[in-house]
Design a protein around this ligand. Structure first.
Ligand code: FAD
Length: 419
């Protein structure tokens, strides 16, 4: 049976984050949008004790693994379900600030998806200790975005075989500055150990912050999520320990070698795409709730039970926004529930990302439209939510790329047959 009841630990966490969103994030959201290069240390320092006191748990996927219910039966894992609710609620507070929250983020997800148990212990444990830390993931390059197989960053073994030497350029790395320079964090860099092998040669490497040869070359000036940094990172003869390659160094051979080599990246995206979708829907909910309440105060009351031709255009718009939002959220819940159950969720991950990216853009644009000039004005946060929403249809695979993945899965085509 499908259970839509939200587990109590998640409810409590969402209540706490909602309070944080209202009292801490919203009041400074405009400031950090306007002061893009300033790091939001007041927000970071406020949220850090909470993250640390939970052993980094708020943002860990291990939340309830191994726990039992009152009858002693093992509870289903709800780590990703918890994460989706957490990310949604933080993004409801402010999506840019959410991306500055200390924790493993995309880099941590890559370690979780591709690392050995020893590597997970070594690299992920630190997020609940000491000072705030960040991790980022660098896949995109100037000539390789959607076509990830085209990456040119190389990793070659040193002569004594004890180190990897990385060379290349990565762009648009979310949280790259915080992970590479401002904390004892790390960047997971995707590089090829064999350029002739295509996808099969692609491997993830953990490059610790401050490693000589890794530099932040520039920061992007952006349309939305401006509180978060987006960095270009150069790797120049950057030497890292041999053990920092995540998983195996072996390059798979045979017909499905590319598929095998790329599995780690795909598994990372299966975990993170529903979370990007959750972030999109947090922004959409902020816009939807604000618009509904603003219009209600001005006499617009949605009459749900009556025929559409009797409703006003505004009522129909609000119902459309709500309906689309709910449909997208159900897809996210399905994607994370399958992830928690250890089932293949690639189809649902891409579906939820496509739908949520589209819904967040639709809902936030409609909000600006329905509020008229007030919506477009910087007096309210609505125009900012519209800008913040847009990225969710771009990173972690664009809407078009995720539609391709969905089509391949539904129709049974390989990536070579349908591209
Ligand atoms: C703010 C921001 C943060 C980011 N953070 C990260 C990060 O942390 N780590 C990281 O590695 N990357 C990150 N990215 C990069 C992001 O993932 C890429 O921008 C994205 O994958 C698209 O790649 P591209 O920019 O090269 O566009 P292109 O691949 O050049 O695509 C351009 C357009 O063509 C379309 N297109 C491309 N191929 C096809 C096809 N086969 N069929 C149909 N349409 C197609 C795309 O959908 C898009 O609309 C970030 C980007 C931004 C803007």
């Amino acid at each position: 049976m499908i259970d839509f009841e939200i587990p109590t630990p998640i409810k409590r966490q969402v209540q706490f984050i909602t309070m944080l969103g209202e009292q801490v994030m919203r009041p400074v959201a405009r400031y950090y949008d306007e002061h893009e290069t300033e790091r939001p240390w007041d927000y970071i320092n406020l949220i850090w004790p909470t993250v640390r006191d939970r052993g980094g748990r708020s943002f860990s996927v291990d939340d309830t693994r191994g726990s039992v219910d009152k009858d002693g039966k093992p509870r289903p894992r709800i780590g990703y379900l918890m994460l989706a609710h957490t990310v949604e609620a933080l993004s409801w507070g402010d999506a840019g600030l959410y991306l500055c929250t200390p924790g493993g983020a995309l880099g941590g997800a890559a370690v979780d998806a591709t690392g050995t148990p020893e590597q997970k212990e070594r690299f992920l444990k630190r997020f609940g200790e000491g000072e705030p830390k960040w991790a980022a993931m660098a896949m995109t390059e100037p000539h390789a975005g959607s076509d990830t197989a085209a990456i040119r960053t190389t990793a070659r073994l040193s002569e004594d075989g004890k180190e990897w030497i990385l060379n290349g350029e990565k762009i648009f790395v979310t949280g790259g500055l915080m992970a590479a320079r401002e904390s004892p964090g790390f960047v997971v860099v995707w590089a090829t150990v064999d350029p002739s092998a295509g996808r099969a040669g692609m491997k993830p490497f953990v490059v610790e912050s401050g490693t000589p040869g890794m530099t932040v070359a520039k920061l992007e000036h952006k349309h939305g999520i401006r509180a978060s940094d987006t960095a270009a990172i150069v790797l120049s003869d950057c030497r890292i320990p041999y053990d920092n390659i995540l998983g195996s160094a072996e390059v798979a051979k045979g017909d499905d070698a590319g598929h095998k080599g790329f599995k780690g990246a795909m598994r990372t995206f299966d975990a993170t795409r529903p979370l990007v979708a959750a972030s999109a829907l947090g922004i959409a909910r902020a816009a939807l709730e604000f618009t509904a309440s603003y219009l209600k105060d001005r006499g617009v009351k949605v009459r749900y039970g009556i025929a559409p031709h009797l409703q006003t255009a505004m009522e129909r718009d609000l119902i459309q926004m709500e309906m689309q939002h709910r449909a997208a959220w159900l897809l996210v819940l399905k994607a994370v529930t399958k992830m928690d159950a250890g089932e293949d969720n690639a189809l649902e991950a891409s579906m939820s990302k496509v739908k949520a990216g589209q819904v967040a853009t639709f809902v936030s644009q409609k909000a600006v439209e329905l509020l008229g000039p007030e919506g477009y004005s910087c007096k309210l946060l609505v125009e900012k939510w519209m800008r913040d929403a847009r990225i969710n249809d771009i990173y972690e695979g664009t809407g078009q790329i995720n539609r391709l993945i969905v089509a391949r899965r539904l129709l049974g085509y390989s990536s070579r047959e349908l591209r």
